[in-house]
Design a protein around this ligand. Sequence first.
Ligand code: UDP
Ligand code: MG
Length: 327
Amino acid sequence: MVIPMYNEAAVIPVLVTRLRPVLDALSVVYEVVAVDDGSRDDTVSMLSDHARDWPQLRVVRLRRNSGHQAALTAGLHRAAGRWVVSLDADLQDPPEIIAEMLRAAREDGVDVVYGVRGDRSTDTLFKRNTARAYYWLMRRLVGADLPAQAGDFRLLSRDVIEVLRRLPERAPVYRLLVPSLGFPSAEVRYVRARRAAGETKYPLRRMIALAWESMANFSAAPLRLATWLGMSSFLLCLALIVFGMVAYVAGATIPGWTSMFVAVLLLSGVQLVCLGLLGEYVGRIYAAVQDRPSFHIGSDSRDGNTSTGADPTGAESRFAPAVGARG
Ligand code: UDP
Ligand code: MG
């Protein structure tokens, strides 16, 4: 298990009493990686107290508050399991369905099991609507295979974790990154509960940051905007230049106006087109820096079963034209 925590002292006792029986009942070897994301309250000391009589509880401390996705990254990189389930600390997502996730993964042979919030009526109206807008936009950017309303409660196989660990992405947004890899997946539905204690650690500011990060990570569309703006204003400028010329010939201008008008239009049109051009190249550099493989081998009949293959990434091409491909 990987559980990022930021100032979650209030929920830790509830979390431990609910999570531990669930995990013990699975009768598998497990560890719980609690990632303390630079909390300012008693989170760490409480975790350490609980770790004393729960040997499977492991506490990873980040030096400062780095954000939910960064804390998740730290946990995913440290977790050792054959299967890794990420969970929020606040018990909005019921740990009881972990058993179902594990069963789906083992029996159906899938690498990813998403926890999908079938019902979010306990979330505020604002949260539900912003979430709906977010998932709508992300589906358009990432493609239809993005499960709607799947947050960060999911099970990943070791193969997926290894692929994720190799990506040099600086600010991964897992709810988009994982579906974009295309591993076979299943879904488990549940009803989202209220926060067990404490209050949300995702104020509007962080929600906007996550939405921006998601878009910038998956699309060069904002960069491409300059190209389109440049092209269309360039065409507009050409039309206006013709207009200026006609006005000049008709004698309807004051001296000096036509030359200024034409010069300003021509130069600004050319500048915008050049900015767009730069944007196109920056987009490609960005894609190269992200270094997402352009494909993942699912299986090869000559290798037999790939899930035991030496290179779980199956990636052979380094430079992915991914950014912008869907932009
Ligand atoms: N979290 C974190 N670092 C942060 C903010 C949040 O590790 O900077 C954790 C938090 O402790 C919780 C999870 O991310 O386990 C989700 O946060 P929260 O439940 O407050 O978000 P919401 O459900 O309100 O969107
Ligand atoms: Mg929550």
